[in-house]
Design a protein around this ligand. Sequence first.
Ligand code: FRU
Length: 489
Amino acid sequence: MENGFQREREELKKMAGTVQSCPYRTEFHIMPPVGWINDPNGLCQFKGRFHAYFQYSPLSVHGGGGYWGHCTSEDLLHWEYHSPVLTTDIPEDASGVYSGSALIEDDRMYLFYTGNVKNPGEYDYIDAGRMSTQILVESEDGQHMSEKSVLLRMEDYPQHMTQHVRDPKVWKENGKYYMVLGARARAWDESGNRRDKGGILIYESDDRKEWTLHRELIPAKAFGYMWECPDIFDLGGKRVLSFCPQGLPSEPERYQNIYQSGYAFLSDSEDVEKTFREWDMGFDFYAPQTFVSEDGRRILIGWAGMPDTEKTHRNLSVENGWQHCLTLPTELTFRDGRIFRSPVRELLEQQWRERMISDDGRLTFRRAVLVSAEGMGGEPCSIRIGTAENGLTIRADKEKIEITFVNPDGSISQCGGGRRSRTGRVEKGVERLLAVIDSSIAELFVNDGEAVFTTRIYLDRAERRLDVSECRGCRIYEADTLHSEQAEL
Ligand code: FRU
């Protein structure tokens, strides 16, 4: 693998200079060393160290796949980048080493992923032309991988599945292994029109090698036509299904992005629509995955990006040879019938220095900043990141929160790359806000993560200002030491 990547290294080095001097590079969010990143994969803590793999296309800023990139960290914030660990080198993964997960057992890492094949030709790539295979590799150090073993092929899926079956997440329970897969099932409405349904397949195994179908969950009433990146875990006594349904019709304050990403409580109802909530109300969030840290926390990292957004907005880093990043690792807790998602405590344990806001409510920042407000009592609040002409406004009033790149005069701020507005609500009114801003990404946690808004924001260094015109109990902190190494190629 390393040799394979070596051959491309010279090519990549040419791009690296431009990438590394890009003002939008983040300090502690996982980014592609060059090119494109999408889903987090194989998240785990292994022999004390955190490993994050990711869908990686170093040679194309517009994606297309090719690799599982790899980085590791002691604290989930300072990441060290390594050579990619997987690439397309067997017939079963010829068109992509797609997303998957890690299982740690007896000091060994088991990585499960989907090998994707798209045959060239006049196919619809739904019922024909595609092959989705589930594959296993093993590792003793997280960097060097065993041979690939094929676990499940097209003929192993139920007959009514289309060729979209992918993204294995594997866990062990009562001595057995389980693998959940996202799927698109063939279905028709009453008038006989094709209306596919998203769902999941769960396979079981005694030895991680032989897998048989345990059950499938395809809702009686369609909830999207395809579910990607499923994840099943227990939290607060509930069995949670996290997944990414595609094809939910957009509503003014829900399902505002092209594809959705959220969770449902399977233990309350198998009709997932009943309990479904979105993980994030911002513009840039998809394909999250969770894992349990060695100290027992359920941690989630998402892709701070979305597929197929070329028509709605663009990322200004593209011209500098890279695109997208992952979200901050967030910790999940169950409270008041829902899941709260807040930054891992390692973030707050960094050295943060309080910065005083001038009398006019303004401040210029150079490093990562936290904007934190407490005791807001649902009163109106307005925070602007950027300048008067080019920025993002965060507005909260009672239980409603809005983030908007639309300026008061109706023009659209350039730093959003075409993004406009997103709204969301919390149950009883906004009490607390925490905005984490790291160069070109802002993540807003409302009421300790009752609602989260993730968005990219492309401000030049000179435009990095805050204007806190109205916000009770607001304090601002700047990071002194947070900074990951630039990726070595
Ligand atoms: C989600 C996804 C997955 C797939 C991967 C390919 O963003 O489409 O379903 O495995 O990306 O990069």
